[in-house]
Every structure is written in C-alpha cells, then in structure tokens.
Ligand binder design. Structure first.
Ligand code: 13P
Length: 340
C-alpha cells in the first residue's frame, strides 16, 4: 500500500471548492433517468451524455473527481480520447463504482446487503490499469419508524464496506465508503440521526478491524434529514446542526473528507444543506459533495437527448458545479438559483 499516493489522491478530490460528480449510474439506473426526459438508453446515447458532462469547460475548478460506471470507464469522446484520460488531463481524478448492487439480505425481510466482493481484487487491478484512482461501494440501509434496520443488517453492510475498502487500499485505490441511510419513509429527523449514528459507529469499527488507513479514504454518508414522507421537514439550519453533530461524534478526524450523497433531495436543497454546514465554520474534515441526481437533474432536463441542447446542458451543469463550489465555503445563497 502506497500511503502517500492514497493520501494525495484523497486530498486532491476534496481540495478547496471541490467535490465529486457521481456519474456511475448502472445501466438500469441511467435508463430510469433517461426515461424521465424521453431519451432512449442506448450505449451511444449514454456515451454522448457523459461526453457532455466531462467536456464542460470550467468544471475542473469545482469537480475534483468523477465516479464512472464500468461501461463508461471503457468509453471515450467521439474523437476517441478515453474518458479516464480526458478527465485526468483536466486535473479531475477518475474513479469507478465497483459494487454490484444491493440485494435482499437472506432471512431479513426488508433489508439489503451489497454484493460484489467475489473477484473484486482482480477487478480492482484492471480498473487501476484503465486509469481509475479511486472507487465507490454503496451500502443501502432502509429505515422504518421502529424495527429497521436490525443490528445484523447494519453489521453485514459495515463488514462488506470494510472488506471492499481494504482491497481498494491494497490495490492502490482510494475507497469512497458509502453507507446510505435512505430518506424513504415517514420517520422524523431524530430517527435518521439515531440510525446514522449506529451505522457510522459500526462502519468505523469494521474499518479499524480491517486495518483500513483512514487518511487514505473518503466517507460518503447521507445527510441527517427527515424521511421524505415525514410531515415535519427540518429547516436548513436544523439539518446542518444534526448532521454535523452526528458526524463529529462518529467520524474520526483522520478522515480527509466527507462527500455527501444527495439521495433524492432537490438540487437546490442539497446545495443549501451543504452550505449550511460549511457556514458553521471549519470542521475536522473537508465537508463536500458527491452528488448524482443533485448535479445532473438540471442537465438532463436541459439536454433531452438533442444535440442542439448540448450547450444549454453544459451551462446548467457548470451552474450546479459553481453553486456547490460556493457551498463548500458557506458562500452560497438561495437567491443565486435565479442567476444563470
Ligand atoms: P445521489 O446524489 O443521486 O444520491 O447519488 C449519489 C451516489 O453516488 C449514490 O451511490
């Protein structure tokens, strides 16, 4: 394990103003996203769409890393430049989603565990040869108002995350460790905080047992917000306070960065919440973003599969990158949404 390399990649991804673009939708997921704007999910359309994202001028100021999907890592621009080469040439670190999805956890109704550990060592070696410098693995934790998640469900997912993270570091890739407590459901923010706390505790216990170097990883958690069907939705300040309280209690200061997922929040809400946290002053770790939908929804809506809309799509993308870049230092305001 090359400790200096892991640390410098992790730090580069969350350098000042910067965060991560999650463009690692699996083919079934990108199909859903394309369906919502009436675009057919062919291999060429997926390539065209990713080319629009990765060639947007100016994003390198705000995007430190991009998470790719297996197919995308092997694709390139219409001129034949491989996407990892294109990104690296712009100073953006290429990454790769390596999990194979959350599947039903046997004998635990309502719970999932993420698969993809078998054969992972060989896949990581290949991804590194193809240019990836970091990886992502997402665990999914479902919440209800009292019984879910079970302690065993949490432990199983934490264990898989830590095995993945250790394999990544062995291969010289920075692991993004993503334990996502879902926002689906009607539970209040207090329940999200209690569950997130237990999950993070379990994850760091397992990371320690697996000898994962905290300085050479990034954490990708959910924010602490109420379930999306909860009648009381917390305000920005409440979310920022609850999220930072939970993270400060459970995430060691040695971790260089926290890169939040957006999880189905609207684009402006995700930016506002990130801003709220950074407005509370310096934290032990960089407080940043690794958004999929919250960066891409406005881009897809502008593009709609039409070549003539590519410039408008890139403008929409650069705007979201810029606003999230401002939120990295607490300088975003909701009124900026109206600006181009
Ligand atoms: P969202 O920001 O759309 O939740 O996606 C982030 C991600 O990479 C989920 O694994």
């Amino acid at each position: 394990m090359n400790i200096d390399e892991l640390q410098s990649v992790a730090n580069a991804i969350v350098a000042q103003q910067k965060g991560v673009l999650a463009a690692d939708e699996s083919n079934p997921t990108i199909r859903k996203r394309f369906d919502s704007v009436g675009v057919e999910s062919t291999e060429e359309n997926r390539r065209r769409y990713r080319e629009i994202l990765f060639t947007t001028e100016g994003i390198e100021r705000y995007i430190g890393g991009v998470i790719l999907y297996d197919e995308t890592l092997r694709q390139g621009t219409r001129d034949g430049v491989p996407f990892p080469t294109l990104l690296a040439g712009r100073g953006i670190v290429p990454g790769i989603k390596v999990d194979q999805g959350a599947k039903a956890l046997a004998l635990h109704p309502g719970e999932k565990v993420t698969e993809g550990l078998d054969g992972l060592r060989a896949r990581l070696d290949e991804y590194k040869r193809l240019g990836a410098r970091f990886a992502k693995w997402r665990a999914v934790i479902e919440v209800d108002e009292n019984t879910l998640p079970s302690p065993f469900g949490i432990r199983s997912n934490a264990h898989a995350l830590a095995r993945y993270a250790a394999l990544c570091q062995e291969a010289g890739l920075v692991p993004i460790v993503e334990p996502e407590v879902l926002m689906d459901g009607a539970h209040p923010i207090e329940r999200t905080e209690a569950v997130t706390a237990r999950v993070l505790q379990a994850v760091f216990t397992e990371l320690d047992a697996h000898r994962v170097l905290l300085e050479g990883m990034l954490l990708k958690p959910n924010m602490v917000i109420a379930g999306k069907n909860c009648p009381h939705q917390a305000g920005v300040q409440e979310v920022a306070i609850a999220t930072l309280r939970c993270l400060r209690r459970h995430v060691p200061a040695a971790v260089p960065g926290i890169v939040f997922l957006s999880g189905g929040q609207g684009a402006a809400d995700a930016t506002d919440h990130l801003n709220g946290m950074n407005a509370m002053g310096p934290q032990p770790w960089q407080v940043s973003f690794s958004y999929g939908r919250a960066l891409q929804e406005p881009v897809l809506a502008a593009w709609r599969g039409q070549e003539g809309n590519a410039a408008a799509a890139q403008q929409a993308f650069l705007k979201r990158c810029r606003l999230n870049g401002l939120a990295r230092s607490g300088q975003y305001a909701r009124s900026m949404e109206a600006e181009i």
